[in-house]
Structure formats: structure tokens, C-alpha cells
Design a binder for this molecule. Sequence first.
Ligand code: PLP
Length: 453
Amino acid sequence: MHYVSTRGHSAEVTFSQAVAQGLAPDGGLYIPRVLPDLTEVIAGCAGMTYQETAYTFLRHFATDMEPALLQKIIDKSYTLFDVPEVAPLRRLDEKLFVLELFHGPTLAFKDFALQLLGNLYEEQIQRTGKPINVLGATSGDTGAAAIHGLIGRQEVNIFILYPAGGVSPLQERQMTCTGANNVHAIGIDGTFDDAQAMVKDCFGDKEFVDAVGLSAVNSINLARILAQCVYYIYGWHALPTDARDNVEFNVPTGNFGNVLAGWMVQKMGLPINSFRVATNQNDILYRLFMHGHYESGKVQKSLAPSMDIQTASNFERFLYYTLGCESHLVCSAMQAIKHFGTYMFEDFDTDTFSASRMGDAEISRKIQSLYKKYGYIADPHTACGFKEVLPHLTTVVLSTAHPAKFPDTIESAIGITPTHPSLEKLKTREPFNPQLPSNTVAGVKAYVRKHAK
Ligand SMILES: *Cc1c(COP(=O)(O)O)cnc(C)c1O
């Protein structure tokens, strides 16, 4: 299989090339030109382990890799999860299920994609003999998951910029207390947007990028989306057979990566009925799916910080398919969004998508009521997925983080402080807090040059 850019001005690439490049040279995102029909392949995943499901699905996409190598990479990617099912499905009620995606090393669903991406990078280094230096910005979960996908690996350094004081103390410790000398988590003086802008500026300097062999880690890598398709297949097959009609997945959403993966796998033949796009008060996607109107607002801090986003990078992939795979239409839509910050969509697929939003007070009340009714502790992101569950559907809420990552929010809602052994262990470790020579793009570049592999 080959991959094209959503914007249509880049050459076709293989899977490995798309993974290595991240963003396409024309600024678009890589995507299969058309989604293949994998109905039978997906049906054949019944009864398989998580790893077998992943291999069976991904081998149709990583067609330029040796099957045995792909198998090995997949097996390695899911060994650090703390339950044998990798993504266990829990039943809360007759028709209500939770697919727990927080059993990986950083206790958030991003581990599913970033453990795999780390192993793919390692394979690339072995194949090309060239070391890699990874640079990214984070508001918390992505940086931690990216770091833990690359921790302790030879020939790769990872540099993550985050707003000092702007991530939760536990998230900060996940990044700074690794004890690995290839990890550089750097708190900058500024906001997440400032950190992101510094990273962007670094990538804009071609001489610098080439000199240090810089790679990006962000939410748009093709491998991340494909890795996330797998748990929808696995979760669907874990449903009791009498609960498989009218299945709706409720997905806590920020950058639209998670729910996009589900929608793609539905188009490829997994019989999911519909999706609920669940947002917090940063409700750009709620407004889009309710009214067809995409309009960025100002980001507000919420109790579900990993969803505090007012753009949705992966939305461009969805647009490509919904605009009939016409890349010139994608280009004009992206132009309109860039220049006017707004765009009006027509012909929205309202049978497949609905949306919900939850403010902070409601999140807190939802954590309370779930605990009262089912004895289940949901983290604040997951809580958003439980808004107005419909009785005639089988509902699968994707649980995107472990509640112990947000102890204060849970404590104030239900009076219990959830813990997790891996987070307790972090509290005993000394943080490594590298300092930039100056809090500027030049300072970032100087630091990376000095420490690059
Ligand atoms: C990243 C993240 C989300 C949002 O996922 P998207 O793919 O950006 O929509 C939701 N919950 C948690 C805990 C996250 O870390």
C-alpha cells in the first residue's frame, strides 16, 4: 500500500517513509488514497489476542516491512502494559461498557500509538544506520508517552519542551524522573503555544534540521492513527454477541485522532453504528458536529487538560475522505480555516456522528454519579464520554486515562485519592531539569546541537 498527502502535492510514499517523515512536504497529512475494504480481515480477528489483532490489521498497511519484523515490533510494543488483555473491556451495565486504554507505561491511551512508534523509529535507525533526534512540545500526556516510547534506546535522543508550571506535577515527573540519559524534558518559561511555536521555528530552519537529523513527534504521524484503529476492533470483538447490534463508541476528543481512527476502521468494515464526539468546555468539535460550523475559540483550562484544544489537526484527514478524496477541496478548506479561522461544512454525516460537551462542574458530578452507581472511578477525560448515554444503543466509552493521573480532581469529587504503583515510584526519584542557555529558539537549537546524537 502507498500513502498520499491530503493536499495532493507530494509524491506517494511507502509506510516506512510516511512514518519517518511525519508531515508530508506539502504540509498535508499522509493517508491511504482510498480506505481498503477489510470486512473479512476484521471479522477474522474474533478470539484473537491484542497483539494478533494488531498484526492481522497492520500487515495490510505496513506492506513494505517483512512480516516477521512487523510481528516482532508489535509484540514488543505491548509488553509494558500491565494487564494481559492490553485493552480490557469492562461491563458496567447491561448495555454500557468501558474500554480501558490506560494500562500502558504512562497510563494514558497515547501509549498505544507511541510505544509502537518508538519501536518503528528504532527499526528505522537499524535499517539506515542514522541516529535520530526527536523534538516536540507537549501540554502533558503526549510528551510523557513519547518519552516512554523512546526511553533508554540507543542512537535516539528525545527533547520535549513543556510549559514550566503548566503541566500537572505527576505528568512533569513522568517526563523528568526517567533516569534515562537520552531524555531531555525541558520546562520553558511560557505557555504550551509558546513551546509549540519554538518547535515549529526549529523545524523551519532546514539547515538545522538536516544537521542534527531532527524528527517530529506529534499527533499527526500515520502510524499513530493506524495503531489506534486496533483497539476498536479488539474492543468490538470483546462485546458479548447479544450486545453487538447498534454499537456506539463514545470518544473523549481533543485533536480528533482517537475518534478518526474509529471512523476509519468503521469505513473499512467494522460494524460500528455510530460515534459520540465528547468534548469538555473547549467545544470546537461539539459545535462542528452539531452545526457544521468549524470555528476556533480561545483555549480555556479545564479539569480534562488533554482535551484543552481549539484546533484539531487530524480533522484534515477526515475532511479528505468526506470531500470525496479531492485534495484541491482540502486545500481550499484549510486555507479558509487558516485565514478566517472558520469554515462551514455541508453534508455532514449526522447518522454516524453526534457530539456532547461537559463543563467542569458537570465533569465532577459525573465522576461522583458513576462512582455511586457502579463503583467505577473514571478520570475527568473519560467522564466526558458518559454524558447522556442512550438506552437503545450498546455504548462503549473509551477510557483515555487512569484516574490516578488526576488525584486532586477525583479526591474533590468523591473523597478518594486513587493511586497507581508506577506513579508512587516516580515520587521517590530525583527529577532531571535541564536548562536552556536562553529561553529562545536560539537557546533550544544550541541545546539540541550540544546534546544531539
Ligand atoms: C490526548 C488525550 C485525549 C484526546 O485525544 P485526541 O486523539 O487528541 O482526540 C483525551 N484524553 C486523554 C487522557 C488524552 O491524553
